[in-house]
Design a protein around this ligand. Structure first.
Ligand code: F0G
Length: 461
């Protein structure tokens, strides 16, 4: 290996500070639960050195060139699609390296079939499900786990609907730390649970939902020297920010009109919004895309809050087959509201049947994703119908998890069993056109050719 690629002529990694989003108090260190010790609100990372940094000093052109050039480097920190943007991240102390699985650097795809369904000329998807453990969580875990190790923690922990736990377990093991996972019993996909087990986590299935797991974990971290790796940890959001930076790079710094993100605990939407605001402040982009958040209709506390005009989020009992976003009391709602307001975005919801249908439609474009990611297509379609998105506008969906995270959902959907016995059974009748159940046949060519000929007569997307 050679050396990591640095440049003296551009923005150096700046000092970062923790600041409370409520009362604005600034601190160097965080408490165990990453809440402000004065008012209990969430913390965010900010970079005092950036104020007054003008476009000229930054040498934007050089910075962009530097980030791209790192993709050719063999240095792990450069190969990571997160750390190659390290000028915009908090820096580790000298002597500490990052824990990386070469996360980020995910593709941006055009989805022609889904564009027709949504009612726009062109639709793009940034597929964060193509990260090392199959979800966007890896981009935040590389930063937060690296800081956990720097702080000397032996144990890291999270409450999770599955993806955070899979990612945390992997990064903890890579970094020589142990991990504790709290998940809701029976409400997480086998794919995600099996990842946590294989990556060596101590896994507790609690008889509660995600919000209940979060409550228990908050007590555990107060009583034990365990580092909290949920998205209330602001180092997670710094890593997750890079999805937006990379997206802009992939678009040659042309700003899309809309970015659409699924919402659960609302950390990811906050992170992507933070990146957009920072890029705009630094002059790396000249205007802001509208960032919109889509929740499952059965787990929609943010949508309810906005529709009712309330100023506080009211927790609810969440229920959705899209288990990744089955969250009724999202921790980062204030951060998410701020980015909706500052970017001019909105929030929408997707019903169970709409989610299942959209997932199959994204699959039919040859991409595939897990159910929670598919809410973005539903949201895009609804926002086009409402006139919030115009047909000719440039729209990017953020797909957050890999199709193989939840194969049970997919199989049940195609076999027509997903909604059996549920209140969604009747509306699900409309899904037949999307369903492609496997056919069991005698092992002879005639039988197969008959199926082939019948399929040939069916319309394709
Ligand atoms: N999509 C997927 C695939 C997720 O796993 C999650 C969250 C989200 C979207 C929502 O992101 O919470 O930042 O708003 N999963 C968490 C977990 C809660 O524990 O894996 P968010």
């Amino acid at each position: 290996m050679t050396e990591p690629i640095t440049s003296s002529a551009t923005l150096q990694q700046k000092t970062s500070r923790l600041r409370c989003i409520g009362c604005g108090v600034v601190s160097h260190t965080a408490s165990q639960n990453f809440r402000c010790e004065e008012c209990g609100d969430l913390l965010e990372i900010y970079y005092p050195g950036w104020s007054g940094v003008g476009a000229a000093e930054l040498s934007l052109h050089e910075l962009r060139k530097l980030w791209l050039s790192r993709r050719m480097s063999s240095w792990p920190e450069d190969q990571s699609g997160v750390w190659r943007f390290r000028e915009l991240l908090p820096s580790l102390k000298g002597g500490f390296s990052c824990i990386t699985l070469r996360e980020g650097n995910t593709p941006l795809y055009e989805l022609p079939g889904c564009a027709r369904i949504a009612g726009v000329n062109q639709l793009f998807a940034k597929h964060q499900g193509l990260n090392p453990t199959g979800s966007f969580k890896d981009t935040g875990m590389t930063t937060a786990a690296s800081f956990a190790r720097q702080e000397g923690f032996r144990w890291v922990a999270c409450a999770s609907t599955g993806n955070t736990s899979a990612s945390m377990a992997a990064y903890a093991s890579r970094g020589g730390m142990r991990s504790l996972v709290l998940i809701p019993e029976g409400k997480i996909s086998w794919g995600k649970l099996s990842q946590a087990l294989d990556y060596g986590a101590v896994t507790c299935q609690l008889q509660t939902d995600f919000d209940g797991c979060m409550r228990v974990l908050n007590e555990v971290v107060q009583r034990m020297p365990v580092y909290l790796l949920n998205s209330v940890n602001p180092y997670r959001l710094e890593g997750q920010k890079t999805a937006a930076i990379e997206l802009l790079e992939q678009l040659h710094w042309t700003v899309p009109d809309h970015i659409i993100v699924p919402g659960g605990n609302l950390g990811n939407s906050s992170a992507i919004g933070k990146a957009l605001l920072e890029l705009c402040d630094l002059g790396l982009i000249s205007r802001l895309p509208k960032l919109s958040i889509i929740q499952a209709a059965g787990a929609n506390p943010l949508v309810r809050m906005i529709r009712s005009g309330a100023t506080q989020l009211e927790a609810m009992r969440a229920e959705t087959f899209a288990t990744a976003i089955r969250i009724g009391n999202p921790a980062s709602w204030k951060k998410a509201m701020r980015v909706l307001q500052e970017t001019g975005g909105t929030a929408e919801e997707a019903t169970e049947v709409e989610i299942a249908e959209a997932k199959a439609q994204i699959g039919a474009d040859g991409i595939g994703c897990e159910p929670a990611s598919a809410v973005t297509l539903v949201g895009a379609r609804k926002l086009v119908r409402q006139g919030f998105i115009k047909r000719g506008e440039h729209v990017v969906l953020i797909l957050t998890g890999h199709l193989l995270k939840d194969p049970e959902f997919t199989l049940k959907f195609h076999r027509g069993e997903l909604f059996s016995g549920s209140p969604h059974e009747l509306p699900a009748g409309s899904l037949a056109a999307q369903q492609r159940a496997p056919v069991v046949l005698e092992a002879n060519a005639d039988a197969v050719i008959k199926i082939l000929e019948a399929a040939e007569r069916q319309p394709t997307n």
